[in-house]
Write a protein that binds this ligand. Structure first.
Ligand SMILES: [Zn+2]
Length: 423
């Protein structure tokens, strides 16, 4: 995927840190062998010979990372959204996931889901599939062929699940080990252990997954304290576990790779201690929260006071749009709702914080992506068509408008490792 030196000239925006946008107006960015070499107002003389892409009124930004998406639920996005969580799972999600036993269906839907992600500028993702290994194998190869960086997880569930998706414990472990062992060694796409959430996995299954994590150095993605009922269920899950994250710690699932906890809406102090101890990433999924989950993550407080890193997730199909840029806008909106109803608890997110969650923090799970600072891979998007006649916007305003009002049609160019890709 590597290309030689390429220059882009125009407005460049990325996150300098979790709270601040770096804005380079009318600047040159030098990309060498797929990595950002430097940004400057004047093109260094040594690069005068190189091809230059003029961005015009467009703006260059880093590509997005979706840290929580169920690719297997793509076909149910935007339907059944007036149901509450458990009704929605039983009526839509579980019957939908059962269809992935059919390889032809899995191929068609995973092709559609990943194409949609790429169109929305999501080039890095942590993806839930289903219990079906053959379908997971297909998605793994599909994602690799698209040039994405990703974690792919075969879902585990051996209790509190519908009969048609409930696995035998030893078979679940065997299939998981077969999936993980057959996909080691790829630096861009990696397997990740994916117990659906603690109530659906027995203690022997969790401990078995811990052994696989140690043997293959594999990380973990799951849902954590998504509802008060789930947080309470975790305490009664089996004797000797204090809270939801304690289950994963004691079963040996937090030490061998990235740990990605989705939702984290009702954490206890002990959960936050464990999250900090293992440098876990939490994932805010604002649209899914609004659609099917009764609770709003205390995002601003977790970020500012508890020093917890937060990425964003579309959580398709709980979320109805795969566009991570819309999730960034929704994260700001929901944080303002939370601030309105609980002013004593937290303030609201700024747009700069939300954009960093969508790029810099989410990208930290992968290899040198999520920013356009020197040293990062040039996984980038050019946005355009965001201004009104006679009403020019600043680069940061163009980006914000894109997150609130944009569509994939505003993404006019896409690059992975410096190479333009066409969908
Ligand atoms: Zn989910």
């Amino acid at each position: 995927m590597l290309e030689k030196t390429k220059i882009f000239h125009g407005d460049i925006v990325y996150s300098a840190d979790r709270n601040t946008l770096a804005v380079h107006e009318n600047s040159y960015i030098v990309v060498k062998d797929g990595f950002v070499e430097g940004i400057s107002l004047v093109l260094p003389e040594e690069y005068l010979w190189a091809d230059t892409v003029e961005l015009g009124r467009g703006v260059l930004i880093p590509a997005f990372s979706d840290l929580h998406i169920h690719a297997s639920q793509y076909a149910q996005r935007g339907i059944g959204m007036d149901r509450l969580l458990f009704d929605w799972l039983d009526s839509y999600t579980f019957p939908q996931e059962a269809r992935y036993a059919d390889p032809e269906y899995a191929r068609a839907m995973y092709d559609a889901a990943t194409l949609s992600m790429m169109k929305c500028g999501t080039f890095h993702a942590s993806i839930f599939t289903t219990i079906h290994r053959a379908a997971c194998d297909y998605l793994f190869e599909r994602v690799r062929s698209l040039g994405m960086q990703a974690y792919i997880g075969k879902v585990n569930m051996d209790q509190n699940s519908p009969d048609f998706l409930c696995e035998d414990t030893s078979k679940s472990l065997k299939e998981t080990e077969a999936f993980v062992s057959s996909h080691t060694g790829d630096p861009r796409v990696k397997p990740i252990l994916t117990p659906r959430f603690s109530p659906t996995c027995s203690e022997p299954l969790m401990k078995g997954l811990g052994r696989i994590a140690a043997k293959y150095c594999t990380g973990l993605q799951t849902h954590l304290v998504e509802s008060p009922a789930e947080a309470e269920a975790a305490k009664n899950w089996a004797p000797g576990y204090a809270c939801d994250s304690d289950i994963y710690e004691k079963c040996g699932l937090l030490e061998h790779g990235p740990v990605i906890f989705a939702h984290v809406i009702f954490p206890e102090e002990r959960d936050l201690d464990i999250i900090r101890k293992y440098n876990c990433l939490t994932v805010h999924c604002p649209e899914a929260t609004t659609n099917v989950i009764a609770g709003i993550m205390k995002a601003e407080r977790l970020l500012s006071e508890d020093n917890i890193p937060i990425a964003l997730g579309s959580d398709i199909g709980g979320g109805s749009s795969p566009a991570v840029y819309h999730q960034a806008a929704l994260a700001v909106q929901l944080s303002k709702q939370r601030e309105f109803y609980f002013p004593e608890e937290s303030g609201h997110l700024t747009f700069a914080q939300a954009f960093a969650m969508a790029t810099l923090t989410g990208g930290s799970a992968f290899d040198h992506v999520g920013s356009l600072a020197p040293g990062y891979r040039f996984d980038a998007l050019v946005l355009d068509g965001l201004e009104d006649p006679m009403s020019p916007l600043s680069p940061a305003e163009k980006l914000e408008r894109f997150c609130y009002c944009g569509t994939d049609a505003n993404i006019v160019k896409r690059y992975i490792d410096g190479k333009e890709i066409f969908l």
